[in-house]
Design a protein around this ligand. Structure first.
Ligand SMILES: CC(C)(COP(=O)(O)OP(=O)(O)OC[C@H]1O[C@@H](n2cnc3c(N)ncnc32)[C@H](O)[C@@H]1OP(=O)(O)O)[C@@H](O)C(=O)NCCC(=O)NCCS
Length: 195
């Protein structure tokens, strides 16, 4: 598992090699300009103690997995009042990577990358706890996800009122709005880094 204390220091877990060479080196790129990243943090001082983590499913201990799923359910099922299969069976796939920020060991922002090893990756379940919003956490997770995906195409289904967040990272709409689980979405794609 890779672990970074955003406010204090950056360090790597010994088991980061298990994530695969691409994952490791891409995070090196994401983390090496740590000063620059800290500079970009909108509210860096409020983020001291917020730790960035990334892991495959089998690196997650029970307490961490519980925390991640609780955050997702709190946001997508409870807050958004949507009864849908939040636990869709894809979290444990070998090609799934989980990225999140935690504070006092409690996850406060999360996303997952599906088909991490495939030709086209998919980002999903982007969520920030209510009391941690507006700090740039979802933005930082997007930057981290794109760093590990590299030049490969990435697709996602954006909730329609959050499209601008993804446009900022080079995603463009690829089709008309559609309703998924009762919520309007826009299909989006990012073809190569920087385009
Ligand atoms: C969308 C969400 C993940 C953003 O998390 P966050 O950590 O607060 O995001 P950031 O602080 O990085 O802000 C990113 C940008 O998105 C914008 N944004 C965030 N939530 C938004 C919303 N609901 N509607 C419109 N814009 C929004 C912010 O204004 C910010 O832009 P700014 O920098 O110009 O102010 C969070 O509001 C959330 O969990 N919402 C409920 C779940 C959801 O909609 N997830 C997205 C699924 S596609």
């Amino acid at each position: 598992m890779l672990s970074v204390d955003v406010g204090v220091k950056a360090e790597r877990g010994n088991d980061v090699d298990n994530m695969g060479a691409n994952f490791d080196s891409a995070f090196a790129d994401f983390l090496s300009p740590m000063g620059a990243h800290r500079g970009r943090m909108v509210c860096a001082s409020r983020m001291v103690g917020v730790i960035f983590r990334a892991a495959g499913f089998h690196e997650l201990d029970a307490a961490t997995l519980y925390g991640l799923l609780r955050l997702r359910v709190d946001v997508f099922v409870v807050e958004q009042q949507c009864a849908y299969p939040e636990l869709d069976g894809r979290d444990a796939e070998p090609g799934t990577r989980h990225l999140w920020f935690e504070r006092d060991r409690v996850p406060v922002a999360y996303l997952r990358i599906l088909d991490f090893d495939g030709p086209t990756a998919r980002i999903g379940r982007v969520a920030t706890a209510k009391d941690a919003r507006g700090l740039g956490l979802a933005s930082q997770l997007m930057a981290a996800a794109l760093a590990v995906v590299g030049d490969r195409p990435v697709v996602l289904h954006a909730q329609s009122d959050v499209v601008s967040l993804y446009e900022r990272y080079g995603f463009r709409a690829t089709g008309p709005e559609f309703v998924e689980d009762g919520i309007p979405h826009i299909p989006m794609r990012r073809d190569t880094a920087g385009r």
